[in-house]
Design a protein around this ligand. Structure first.
Ligand code: VGL
Ligand code: ZN
Length: 201
């Protein structure tokens, strides 16, 4: 079924100007977590395998909210309480291989502004610093993986593209909250390239 949404044909060779972005593979987004994504844990072996490729940088992100964050505030919050800073739910998944990770970025730390994207907060203005960090390392292309496909992964991939990077989503290294075809149609609208991990070498 996932083959229907592939737009790339042929292998992509990973080099030092490529970065792997591992978005929010945190306990609260895994089965049993506060904001569990169905089969979220299935991304972990796929990402661990991708980490063995010769990326110039591997970045993990974490949703890292203060207690009382706007995204789960009583009146207007959209989500259940999740990824509260320094709690077990906010920790990276235990099984995620962190040996090759060069940056662990935490986002969504302002009380009143959420940050789905790893590049920009949801105000569309405030930068996280990731763009400059990647540019300083001569990264030109980013491969985005993780949770959830329809929120933090898509927002990150769109902002990466807007920041001037070539932006690619590795579909089998992601899981979505909404049904997959809905998530994919929004990615298609944003004209982000979708591939499978088996397209990479
Ligand atoms: C996310 C909803 C709320 C995500 C984070 O990581 O996709 N989704 N906070
Ligand atoms: Zn959040």
């Amino acid at each position: 079924m996932q083959n229907e949404v592939r737009y790339h044909f042929g292998m992509i060779k990973i080099s030092s100007t490529d970065a792997l972005l591992v978005v929010d593979v945190q306990n609260d987004f895994l089965p049993g977590g506060a904001l569990a994504v169905e089969n979220g844990d299935a991304v972990i072996p796929v990402i661990n395998q991708l980490m063995t490729l010769p990326f110039g940088a591997i970045v993990t992100t974490q949703d890292w909210h203060p207690s009382g964050h706007c995204s789960f505030e009583e009146r207007s919050g959209e989500w259940p309480r999740h990824c509260v800073a320094d709690t077990p739910g906010a920790a990276l998944a235990e099984e995620l291989d962190r040996r090759a990770v060069s940056l662990e970025l935490r986002k969504g730390q302002s009380l009143s502004v959420d940050s789905y994207s790893a590049f920009l907060e949801n105000d569309g203005i405030t930068r996280t610093g990731l763009q400059d960090w990647l540019m300083n390392r001569k990264i030109r292309r980013v491969f985005v993986t993780g949770l959830a496909l329809d929120y933090c992964v898509t927002y990150t991939a769109i902002d990466a593209q807007a920041a001037g990077f070539e932006s690619v989503i590795v579909l089998d290294a992601c899981r979505s909250i909404a049904p997959l075809d809905e998530a994919v149609s929004n990615i298609e609208k944003a004209r982000i390239l979708l591939i499978e991990s088996s397209d990479l070498s």
